[in-house]
Design a protein around this ligand. Structure first.
Ligand code: XUL
Ligand code: CO
Length: 439
């Protein structure tokens, strides 16, 4: 079999003291934490688009790394990419991957030709996945790149575009089911607007929901039992994306009766673009029963766009894994590295260094989250902070058995509140630091 990543070894766990940067220092796939292996907890996935396709171009310059895989035509390229993807996942010990339809097979001159190409490549991927024991975390359709989607896909003012998007999503669902995908993602790339001077917001939202309803009904009819996800993002490419953040998306799903079939795919960099922490978005999803999957990356707090960097901030990965554990862990979801090497990190080894950094970052995050839970200070502090609801007037409120007149009587007889106690934020931050760093 042709190989493409000869400079990358099979990466193994060597422990925290290893000096080998092409080894895992913290990700020990078989180590058991809270009764489950790290492999099962973390469910790492490779993003096909960044890792197999993107060549490092930006608005000011062309690519800096070739993802040509020695191919001379578009279909040979797609096939070589599939082989290369398996080789890389094997070397990095990653079990899952995620793709857009157009990442795995190039768009043809017609929709029919695009679909035929998807058939050919998905046949190949199916074989390769069986041989290499790889799984599809989720599939999706790229309904944002082609100029036909300049005004949106499901939210386009042009019904022909809506129909085209529906057809593309139908095929992407078929491929996802064929490859045993656990999830199907809607990221509303162009589903937003630039100005209300030309936009009927209600019509666009109604249409977007209808497209999702069509996808759910069709997906279920062809045997898709996994989760549909919406991936919230507040801006970029449009000024105002409809799927702004977790709370907006949950309200949308409930309004249109889609909440039984959809969960959320939370991306760290999208959370911060919305002015939230990653942990906030995960918690909003969790408390609404909508926690699904994660696009693992990090942004740059000095920049106002989606930098999709590999996650190396351990405080963030720890808070993320704390939320994942509180949500009961992943079922159909996992940690997809929706992340790319910087434009200046342009060698195949940089891809390996990046994944190792991200995987070790989340392995450490998992270990720290486990320690925070076992230590118990944070959880018991939170429980204690609300303990006034366990007895007396608080118990009545908690039981929803109080009347407003009774509460007034209580307040009048109290005179003034004298029972507020410190929230101890800095103390708690230092507790987390004392668990994370032993010096
Ligand atoms: C874009 C983004 C997408 C989705 C899949 O910001 O995150 O790659 O994850 O379409
Ligand atoms: Co993403």
């Amino acid at each position: 079999m042709k190989t493409f990543f000869d400079s990358i070894p099979f990466v193994k766990y060597e422990g925290a003291d290893s000096k080998n940067m092409l080894a895992f220092r913290h990700y020990n796939p078989d180590e058991i934490i809270m009764g489950k292996s790290m492999r099962e907890h973390l469910k790492f996935a490779m993003s096909y688009w960044h890792t197999m396709c993107a060549e490092g171009s930006d608005m000011f310059g062309v690519g800096t790394i070739s993802k040509n895989y020695g191919a001379t035509d578009a279909m040979e390229l797609a096939k070589n990419k599939a082989y290369a993807a398996m080789e890389l996942m094997n070397k990095l010990d990653i079990d899952y991957f995620c793709f857009h339809d157009r990442d795995i097979a190039p768009e043809g001159r017609t929709l029919a030709e695009s679909n035929e190409r998807l058939d050919v490549i998905s046949d190949l991927l199916l074989d390769l996945m069986k041989q290499n024991n790889k799984k599809l975390l989720w599939g999706t359709a790229n309904c944002f790149n082609n100029p036909r989607y300049m005004h949106g896909a499901g939210t386009a003012p042009n019904a022909d575009v809506f129909a085209f998007a529906a057809a593309q999503i139908k095929k992407a669902l078929e491929i996802t089911v064929k490859l045993g995908g656990n999830g199907y993602v809607f990221w509303g790339g162009r589903e937003g607007y630039e100005t209300l001077l030309n936009t009927d917001m209600k019509k666009e939202l109604d249409n977007m929901a209808y497209l999702m309803r069509l996808a759910v009904d069709y997906g279920r009819s062809i045997g898709f039992t996994g989760d549909f996800y919406i991936e919230p993002k507040p801006k970029e490419p449009t000024k105002h994306q409809y799927d702004f953040d977790a709370a907006t998306v949950i309200s949308f799903l409930k309004t249109y009766g889609l909440d039984k079939d959809f969960k959320l795919n939370i991306e760290a960099n999208h959370a911060t673009l919305a002015g939230h922490t990653f942990q906030h978005e995960l918690a909003v999803a969790r408390i609404n029963g909508a926690f699904g999957s994660i696009d693992a990356n990090q942004g740059d707090m000095l920049l106002g766009w989606d930098t999709d960097q590999f996650p190396t901030n351990i405080y963030e990965t720890a808070m993320c894994m704390l939320e994942v554990i509180r949500a009961g862990g992943f079922t159909n979801g996992g940690l997809n590295f929706d992340a790319k090497t910087r434009r200046g990190s342009n060698t195949p080894e940089d891809i390996a260094y990046s994944y190792i950094a991200g995987m070790d970052g989340f392995a450490l995050g998992l270990k720290i989250a486990d320690k925070i839970i076992k230590d118990g200070t944070i959880d018991s502090f939170i429980a204690e902070r609300y303990s006034s609801y366990n007895s007396g007037i608080g118990k009545k409120i908690a039981d929803r058995a109080a009347t407003i007149a009774e509460l007034e009587q209580y307040a009048l007889s109290m005179g003034e509140v004298t029972t507020n106690i410190s929230g101890r934020q800095e103390y708690l931050e230092n507790i987390v630091n004392s668990i994370m760093f032993k010096g």
